[in-house]
Design a protein around this ligand. Sequence first.
Ligand code: ADP
Length: 494
Amino acid sequence: MFKKILIANRGEIAVRVIRACKELGIKACVVYSDIDSSSLHVRMADESYLIGSASPEDSYLNIPKIVKTAIDNSIDAVHPGYGFLSENNKFIEALEKAGIVFIGPNSDVVKLMGDKLEARKFINSLGIPIVPGTIEPTNDPEKVISISNEIGYPLIIKAAAGGGGKGMRIINSAAETANAIERAQSEALKAFNDDKMYIEKLIIDPRHIEVQVLSDKHGKHLHLFERECSIQRRHQKIIEEAPSKSISENLREKITQAAVSITSAANYVNAGTIEFLVDEKENYYFLEMNTRLQVEHPVTEAITGVDLVKEQIRIANGDKLTLRQENIKINGHAIECRINAEDPFNNFFPSIGKIGYFCVPSGPGVRVDYGIKPNSLVTLNYDPLITKVIVHATERSSAIQKMVTALKEFKLSGVITNLPVHLWILSNIKFLNAQYHINFLEDNFSPENVLNNDMDEEKIIASALLSVFLKEKKGELSPGKITVSNNNKWFVNE
Ligand code: ADP
């Protein structure tokens, strides 16, 4: 087994990986930027190396500096976390060249899946449905208009190198086409230094459902069921659940099988996620594959009992997966809320400052992953995600109740967070009934709604959830049958 692992990341995910290393008896080493010198990941690591200034290009994204640091400190393997260099095939190649193991897939498959057009072509060749659209680069307005004649508006133009919701624009009509292409392309060039574009049909009000996969170096490919990630803001997930309460057993079977066919056809190794869009008729379409650990991996860990980071490390070490598909079961329900430092009452503008008071919830079935502590600086240099609250319970209804209780226990000063938005979502009738899609927040959110969210209603929600829970237990009710009356009170449908 490896003796020293370098974590090329920061914040909560660096802390998460440090814990996995320590549990496996491996020295956890980290890189950090000057602004992070007293951060939690640096404090918790066995060794830490200052590599540059706060600007990511000078530190967490700087391949030569990170590889040199790894060589100089006799590092055996590098865990990239998510974001930063986690899906950068040049980083993987540089490590391979230096004889250092990358804890993730090989560079070829990262390159293939990192080019969304190439990925679409590959998935199409396997006979797995992709979102209707082009599989060749497309940025000519005339061509796009002719495609619209075949598949109809609205369309979505996307960057082949895209990520983080950047470089995509919806096109509603021929008149909008040229301008939308130009704007998406210039955003893509700025964000990814690559303006290769393609077209997809815009699926109306779909759900975002993704499948967690794990593959070892010996040709074993497993799935760990799905996550429901449809609560999003500007194409960025903010609440995730596992399992999805909206899909049939039949669809679960289809998407998990599709995911495993993709990993075996690609000779994939390590953890990954296959994302699908699912429409209301349960048509499913491959969206993209993320060749890394996801932010939302803890909900899968909660329902399956599998430590995904430890599995990643063992796989990279060449160990055989000891898990067997037939033994991986869905146990209960898990929900994750991403706590971002942003102001929901000011258009979600990033909130920066020094953390003051920081008191996180705990108790049975509550997990909090964070990379901050009192006096930590939250700056504009990095992602606004500061903490993840994850709950696990036997039923969805009790998981929601547990999350409301946990979030109300959460106390933090120094920055503004999206916590009130989470409480509002958790008390929303559509969410309670698990009847939501990717546009839920856009269609329903307003700062006034959140400000007026009277959490005394919480008692009513709690009793409604309790009845649902009792009925679910007796098998009298399929999950999610709560309705709201005219006077805004919740009750359970008989
Ligand atoms: P990124 O890699 O930037 O995250 P994705 O292609 O994964 O981009 O899409 C991000 C989100 O955008 C999806 O979860 C979904 O909400 C929305 N989206 C993307 N493509 C479509 C589409 N064809 N129809 C409807 N929504 C889409």
